[in-house]
Design a protein around this ligand. Structure first.
Ligand code: UT7
Length: 326
């Protein structure tokens, strides 16, 4: 059976660091509050002029190098993002051009923070069906561009980064086993950005009302998020006759340490088998799972044959989980 094997991962985070101490000077907050409620200590912020596709390209180049491939080998590109360079062309289109890929299709997936699982799943379908042999999947965000730095509920969380994975058709049993994707817009008001689309086209009023920034009802989203993490992860494992004891590493979306801890407690996965880097990057949306995968691999926490469970949730709301034989 053909699977989409992950043959290279890469990540890139902008150099500029925004610490909790920096945020103390910008909004009414404290390092102690942020660490206690979120686990975040610092996050990366893109430089002026540095776009989502710029970050994506850096991550993709590293993933391709590690896979011993060149941009010419890529047949399709999927980018998960909620902070695209422009309304169109898509960020994936820019990535294709900046990487120098020729004769490839490319598409953005707008699934908020679940863009990681969505892009991985969509990319792997092309490989599994035999349509393409090599697909580049990316999660990339410059969430700082849609963050209101007067809103302490969101500005302490959101940040910028990109991560990428190269998928290649393989028959050795390794690769994406399965992924489940969900969405339910009954909850859209928990996290959204209303300005700039067909409902509220950009105008002076949308700017005056600060509608071009992400808005969140954090506490409500927190509860929904824990439920979804647990639900989609257990369903996916059960369908494959697997239990949490079979999982070698759980790589969750890095939104908030407390959400991760609450979810793994209910799933009964010990923290020693959970990868966490939210303390250094904050919430990087669709990039977070890919960035975590790259760091886990670099730290030697992923060995060939390991069973990796990933799960994410985000605005929409959207959520999903993926199972990978590393
Ligand atoms: O990728 C998906 C994206 N989003 C998320 O995953 C976010 C999910 N939610 C969260 O991470 C958490 O809900 C937050 C970190 C956003 C907030 O933590 P919380 O424990 O849910 O706090 P809360 O919203 O219930 O607020 C508790 C108190 C409030 O004050 P009062 O009403 O008790 O006096 C807030 O006004 O904390 C206050 N507060 C803050 N205080 C200091 C809210 N934000 C801050 C802040 N600094 N940054």
């Amino acid at each position: 059976m053909t699977r989409a094997k992950i043959i290279g991962v890469g990540a890139y985070a902008p150099k500029r660091i925004l610490t909790n101490a920096d945020l103390e000077k910008m909004v009414q907050t404290s390092d102690a509050w942020i660490v206690q409620r979120t686990g975040i200590r610092e996050r990366r912020i893109a430089d002026e002029g540095e776009t989502t596709s710029d970050l994506a390209v850096r991550a993709a180049q590293q993933a391709l190098e590690r896979a011993n491939l060149t941009p010419d080998d890529v047949e399709f590109i999927v980018v998960g993002t909620t902070s695209a360079d422009m309304q169109f062309p898509s960020t994936a289109n820019y990535v294709q051009h900046k990487l120098g890929c020729r004769n490839v299709g490319s598409v953005d997936v707008w699934a908020a923070c679940t863009g990681s699982i969505y892009s991985l799943s969509i990319g792997s379908q092309f490989v599994q069906t035999g349509k393409y042999r090599r697909v580049l999947v990316i999660g990339a965000e410059t969430l700082s561009r849609i963050t209101d730095y007067t809103d302490r509920g969101t500005c302490i969380l959101l940040a910028d980064a990109a991560g990428a994975a190269v998928l290649e058709a393989s028959d050795d049993g390794r690769g994406v086993i399965d992924a489940d994707l969900y969405s339910d817009a009954r909850y859209w008001e928990l996290l959204y950005m209303s300005g700039g689309g067909s409902k509220y086209p950009a105008c002076h009023e949308t700017v005056d009302k600060r509608m071009h920034y992400a808005r969140m009802r954090g506490n409500e989203l927190f509860k929904v998020a824990v439920r979804m993490f647990v639900d989609c992860s257990s369903k996916l494992l059960a369908r494959h006759g697997l239990g949490v004891s079979d999982v070698d590493l759980f790589v969750p979306h890095q939104a908030n340490l407390r959400i991760i801890e609450a979810a793994v407690k209910r799933l009964d996965i010990p923290m020693s088998r959970v990868f966490v880097n939210v303390d250094r990057y904050g919430n990087t949306g669709a990039a977070s799972v890919y960035v975590a995968l790259e760091e886990a691999a670099a730290a030697g926490r992923l060995k060939p044959g390991d069973l990796v469970l990933m799960a994410a949730f985000g605005g929409g709301v959207t959520w999903g989980a993926a199972l990978v034989r590393w």
